[in-house]
Design a protein around this ligand. Structure first.
Ligand code: DX5
Ligand code: ZN
Length: 219
């Protein structure tokens, strides 16, 4: 079985102590940083943008997994490549020409991810799955951290895993929203590869220990 990945979401970090929190992830057993970019249009919230990511990238020593919750993501593909994004995820619901967008992300030297809102069926990826490096299944409605996990996600993981196996691709399945020690193991058993965790990690007393325990649970 391939190695499972923990991706702490910096959306739940203390932005006034961002370097401290980035260093915590550097020192932890987590493999990725998950960075949530929100534009106030695609989702009803605004998070952070390029200058903040530039400064995070200066200190972060692990894979930068950038999740774009923005309209017209094509406009910024080059920009995020230059900022140091390793994985760039766009929303299916924000792309009129998803295939073209995926090619553009790859041409810019990044791994291409597609995120699906909770209401979007995994079946819409049937004809693009071979071009996708990562599918991010939203297990909450995007826009905010700290929401509760939507249980229907397990079924989506199973269906998506089946599609990936049938098509013979090596697409990773990422789960984003409401991940905690109560659902992590079950998600991985269903077929998830990457678990994003924001408030569960940064809201805990000892984030480093929380990451360690989460990793142990899914090992
Ligand atoms: C939500 C973001 C998530 C968020 C997850 O729109 O995409 O990455 O940070 O936060 P938690 O783990 O608190 O649900
Ligand atoms: Zn996210």
């Amino acid at each position: 079985m391939s190695k499972k990945i923990i991706a702490p979401s910096l959306l739940a970090a203390d932005f006034a102590n961002l370097q401290r929190d980035v260093e915590m992830v550097n020192q932890s057993e987590a493999q990725w940083f998950h960075l949530d970019v929100m534009d106030g249009v695609f989702v009803p919230n605004i998070s952070f943008g390029m200058p903040v990511i530039r400064d995070i990238a200066k200190h972060a020593k692990k894979t930068l997994d950038v999740h774009l919750m923005i309209v017209e993501p094509d406009r910024y593909i080059e920009t995020f490549a230059n900022l140091g994004a390793d994985v760039l995820t766009v929303h299916y619901e924000a792309c009129n020409h998803l295939h073209r967008t995926l090619q553009a992300i790859k041409s810019a030297g990044m791994q291409a991810g597609v995120a699906l809102n909770p209401h979007t069926s995994v079946n819409v990826l049937e004809d693009t799955i071979q071009d996708i490096d990562l599918v991010c299944l939203m297990s909450v409605n995007p826009g905010f951290g700290g929401q509760s996990f939507i249980e229907n996600t397990y079924d989506k993981v199973v269906s998506l895993k089946r599609m990936i196996k049938t098509k013979g691709t090596d697409t990773l399945i990422e789960i984003d929203g409401g991940v905690n020690s109560g659902n992590a193991k079950k998600l991985v058993e269903a077929g998830a590869d990457v678990l994003v965790a924001g408030s569960f990690v940064f809201g805990s007393e000892n984030p480093t220990e929380t990451i360690k325990n989460l990793k142990k649970e899914i090992a």
